[in-house]
Write a protein that binds this ligand. Sequence first.
Ligand SMILES: [Zn+2]
Length: 90
Amino acid sequence: MADYPCDLHVARYKGPSTRVFLNAYRDDDCLQMRVSICELCLDQLLEPWAGRAYVKVSERDWDPIEEGQDLRGLWRPQERGASARNGTRR
Ligand SMILES: [Zn+2]
């Protein structure tokens, strides 16, 4: 099984390659960041989002994430063409 870098706790992890991209918008400006991340750091990163953020459920629709909802059930197959936009594994 391949391993990948976790940029947050600066170590390598085994398992599926997981990447996080952050797009923040302020008026006409944009801040874009990305990390390769392990499961544990991903759980910690997403914890404050649960019960507050919205999740994209279709091209136009975003549903609120309910408090205590298991975020693992929200994963969907990646949209076609998204890999070019969101970068590749490393
Ligand atoms: Zn990590």
